[in-house]
Design a protein around this ligand. Structure first.
Ligand code: F6P
Length: 324
């Protein structure tokens, strides 16, 4: 293998740049030519493919976002789109790919590998931490810390006014961010897509806490089946009917996706980036390089996409215990 290419795709995550840097420099270290593909699979289709040098990734290890840009490509979902992408890959003589992203990115990579046989290895880049085959995903730790900083500030004002705050964090299909923010931010309750929490349970819990607490925080994962934090707040407020209490909602949104990656994310990203190139050179393909119990593990894309990474029951219990 002489030429490889790397792309970032799907929702960006802090640490993607650190991962990209590791891919480029590990490739060059092993004598490979490394190409960067702009805008994920969209850029592959359009042939936005540029040779990268060691200096192309200078001064990015600490930067959020992705210098390769990212996109969610609809065209790559079509056979014609993937055919165009393959023609570009062939034209540039690329023999291996590294795809940094989440489950959507790996689904695309798997189909592309099955259709055209270009060896591809993924690196888990998503703030959601919902990828099977790695203990943590790149960006998760930074997102948690960003959200916690905001939650701490909200707690100050919540306490000053004896208010009940519903705080929405990201996680379309996954409650990892909500659970860790709930524990670290001292939330009274956490609502996540993986487990059902009824509005009645929220109402009862908040009523029960009235004797011991003057303010409360409920962390809601974006994907909770009861609705958005704003919708849940309205319904709970209308049920509790307590004119002495103010109910407020804050949606943290995309601030969770930005910012300089934490040390933990830079380390994870760098190790996964190196492992992706090492994997390609040793014949691995159609799989993701993740870290489990501090060891590099290659997990087939099929498993990364289809297998569930359940929330740890202990952590859910912890929220219940710590919020009495
Ligand atoms: O997958 C990462 C993620 O941040 C989710 O938590 C969130 O639901 C989604 O991306 C938002 O995507 P977009 O930026 O495309 O709206």
């Amino acid at each position: 293998m002489k030429k490889i290419a790397v792309l970032t795709s799907g929702g960006d995550a802090p640490g993607m740049n650190a991962c990209l840097r590791a891919v480029v420099r590990t490739g060059i270290y092993h004598g490979l030519e490394v190409y960067g593909i702009m805008y994920g699979y969209d850029g592959m289709i359009k042939g936005e493919i540029h040779k990268m040098e060691s200096h192309s990734v200078s001064n990015i290890v600490q930067r959020g976002g992705t210098i390769l840009k990212s996109a969610r490509s609809n065209e790559f979902r079509t056979k014609e789109g993937r055919q165009k992408a393959y023609e570009q890959i062939k034209k540039h003589g690329i023999e291996g790919l590294v795809a940094i992203g989440g489950d959507g990115t790996f689904t695309g990579a798997k189909i592309f590998f099955e259709e055209f046989g270009i060896p591809t290895i993924g690196c888990p880049g998503t703030i959601d931490n919902d990828i099977y085959g790695t203990d943590y995903t790149i960006g998760f730790d930074t997102a948690i810390n960003t959200a916690l900083e905001a939650i701490d500030k909200i707690r100050d004002t919540a306490a000053a006014h004896d208010r009940i705050f519903f705080i929405e964090v990201m996680g379309r299909d996954s409650g990892y961010i909500a659970v860790e923010c709930g524990i670290g931010g001292g939330a009274e309750m956490v609502m996540v897509p993986e487990t059902k929490t009824t509005l009645n349970e929220v109402v009862e819990k908040l009523k029960g806490l009235r004797k011991s607490k003057t303010s409360s925080v409920v962390v809601v994962a974006e994907g909770d089946e009861e609705g958005s934090a704003a919708e849940i707040m309205e319904k709970v407020k209308n049920t509790i009917k307590d004119d002495t209490k103010d109910f407020k909602v804050t949606t943290l949104g995309h601030i969770q996706r930005g910012g300089s990656p934490t040390g933990k994310d830079r380390m994870l990203a760098s190790r996964c980036g190196m492992a992706a190139v090492d994997g390609l050179l040793s014949g691995e393909a159609n799989c993701m390089a993740g870290i489990i119990h501090d060891e590099i593990v290659y997990t087939k894309f099929e498993d990364c996409i289809s297998k569930n990474k359940p929330l740890n029951e202990d952590t859910l219990k912890l929220i219940e215990i710590l919020s009495i």
